[in-house]
Design a protein around this ligand. Structure first.
Ligand code: TRP
Length: 364
């Protein structure tokens, strides 16, 4: 069976290092592994509109930001198909048919939808489009028959919902010859990468909280953010024993630091374990740890920042890449939609047998 990847992001802002360790870094590795037959990376503008009804301009502006972030981290249009969700009208058609296979109560139980409804104060009146976005996400994943979906952990309920839709579709409409493919989520293994906290120590990086380090931030911005990061409020003097639990600087080091970084930037320690040990014993100051983290993150972000600037010099070409990608994705979606309509018995004009049988019935 061929190996196909699909994943994507909502264009509601620039991408940050939480996106990077949670999914982007992995995508590039998978892309360059050469093990996948097809890789689709989608800018989910239609999904972004489901909870940005008042903000079409914001979504529109951020499409190019996300595309630049993709190219900057090393997603390569020669190897991966980069495309814009709204340009694939087949996706809305698939969504409409999948709606027959999902109940309202099942959507209400989707943990991601549940928490997002709370977050956005949608309790009193939920837009139908927002409520049903997990179904549209199933269309995103199935149009290209993706079997691997690299995502952050918060997306697991979406993949689960997609699996259920695929299972139901195949068992109702295509029991002998399955049409859709069940996807598997690929989430980061390291705990720190699953959900990188904000620089203020809050559980999630989010633009509205102003606690993100963006891939596009300048070296100075990154440095300022790191030097003012949340650490251990009980670690007042260098000699005090420090705590690692909830200590954002160490969580970031868990996500980013490798042994070679110590040799280069902090040879007092062979590895992160040694540094942690000294910190918890007392005698290692926050400033020293933050300076080390700054070196590590700058090293990772510098090439990304430079590539972003280079791609930014030819914006028409970026739109051209997205257009070509969207055309390619659309062809694949049209093929899957044809198979779906055939399985659902709504392919009247392609089904010669049907036309003949009906005419025999009426003439005979
Ligand atoms: N829901 C994802 C997010 O908020 C974006 C997304 C839309 C997606 N469709 C997808 C991710 C399909 C993976 C597969 O980040």
């Amino acid at each position: 069976m061929s190996k196909i990847i699909l994943t994507g992001d909502r264009p509601t802002g620039r991408l940050h290092i939480g996106h990077y360790v949670g999914s982007l870094r992995r995508r590039v590795e998978l892309q360059n592994s050469g093990e996948y037959d097809k890789i689709y990376i989608m800018i989910a503008d239609a999904q972004a509109l489901t909870d940005n009804i008042e903000n079409p301009e914001k979504v529109r502006q951020n499409v190019i930001e996300v595309a630049l972030d993709y190219l900057a981290v090393g997603l390569d249009p020669a190897k991966s198909t980069l495309f814009i969700q709204s340009q694939i009208s087949e996706l809305t058609e698939l969504t409409f048919y999948y709606m027959d296979l999902v109940t309202v109560s099942r959507l209400q139980r989707n943990p991601t939808v549940k928490s997002e409804i709370q977050l956005r104060n949608f309790e009193a009146s939920i837009p139908v489009g927002f409520f049903t976005y997990p179904i549209s996400q199933a269309a995103d994943i199935t149009f290209c028959k993706a079997n691997v979906v690299p995502v952050g952990e918060d997306q697991l309920p979406m993949i689960e919902q997609t699996k259920e839709i695929v299972h139901k579709f195949n068992s109702v409409y295509a029991p002998d010859n399955p049409v859709l493919v069940e996807p598997k989520a690929l989430v980061p293994e390291a705990e720190a990468c699953k959900r990188l906290p904000g620089t203020d120590g809050k559980a999630k990086m989010s633009k509205s909280l102003g606690n993100c380090i963006y891939l596009a931030d300048s070296a100075d911005e990154v440095r300022t953010k790191i030097m003012s990061m949340y650490t251990d409020p009980l670690h007042l003097q260098v000699s005090d024993p420090g705590h690692l639990e909830g200590n954002t600087v160490f969580t970031y080091l868990d996500a980013f630091a490798r042994e070679e970084h110590f040799a280069r930037y902090c040879p007092d320690y062979a590895n992160l374990d040694e540094m942690k040990e000294h910190y918890t014993k007392g005698g290692l100051g926050d400033v020293k740890v933050k300076k080390f983290l700054n070196h590590v993150i700058q090293e990772e972000l510098e090439p990304i920042r430079n590539r972003r600037a280079a791609f930014g010099k030819d914006i028409p070409e970026i739109y051209n890449i997205l257009k070509k990608g969207s055309e390619a994705a659309r062809e694949v979606a049209a093929q899957t939609l044809a198979e779906v309509k055939h399985a659902m018995k709504i392919d009247y004009f392609e089904d010669m047998e049907l036309i003949q049988a009906q005419s025999a019935r009426y003439q005979g």
